[in-house]
Design a protein around this ligand. Structure first.
Ligand code: UDP
Ligand code: MG
Length: 142
């Protein structure tokens, strides 16, 4: 039997709506309840420059200006979680991007909604691959 240990890290952001609505503890608590370890944690404000790096794949999308407005509307909490397969696990816990499509039991499905203004506000960001996680952790925790 292999003894290889494959601990991963994932970058999670509690987005401005999550911070403003008092959901920091519930987001981090869900990860802790599953046994994942918090290895970095910081409350901070995202700048447009930082977001352009973080969301490099989206900078030319039509929703990007609204995304920057959303992500700079208040402080965010940047968290690094560690554990085997935590990237896949936390993406599953976050749920679908659109809270209306996110399954009950997920963070977005339990805490998100359509606020009637055409903007997606979905409480959390989570890295979607080991490559994204390494890139995003280096951006938020250089
Ligand atoms: N987003 C948006 N409108 C869209 C698609 C995405 O406002 O049509 C925002 C939303 O906040 C999302 C983020 O852009 O979380 C990044 O989009 P992505 O498709 O990578 O979704 P995620 O990985 O966050 O589920
Ligand atoms: Mg994404």
């Amino acid at each position: 039997m292999s003894q290889t240990q494959t601990t991963e890290e994932v970058l999670v952001l509690v987005k401005p709506d999550g911070v403003a609505r008092g959901l920091i503890g519930q987001v981090i608590g869900r990860a802790e309840a599953r046994g994942y370890q918090v290895t970095r944690l910081e409350l901070r404000r995202a700048t447009p420059e930082l977001l352009a790096a973080h969301y490099a794949e989206h900078v030319n999308k039509p929703f990007y200006p609204g995304l920057v407005e959303y992500m700079t509307s208040g402080p965010v909490v940047a968290v690094v979680l560690a554990g085997a397969q935590v990237i896949t696990a936390f993406r599953t816990m976050a749920g679908a991007t659109d809270p209306i499509k996110a399954a009950p039991g997920t963070i977005r499905g339990d805490f998100g909604r359509d606020w009637g203004d055409g903007e997606i506000r979905n409480i959390v960001h989570a890295s979607d691959s080991p490559e994204s996680a390494a890139r995003e952790i280096a951006i938020w925790f250089p």
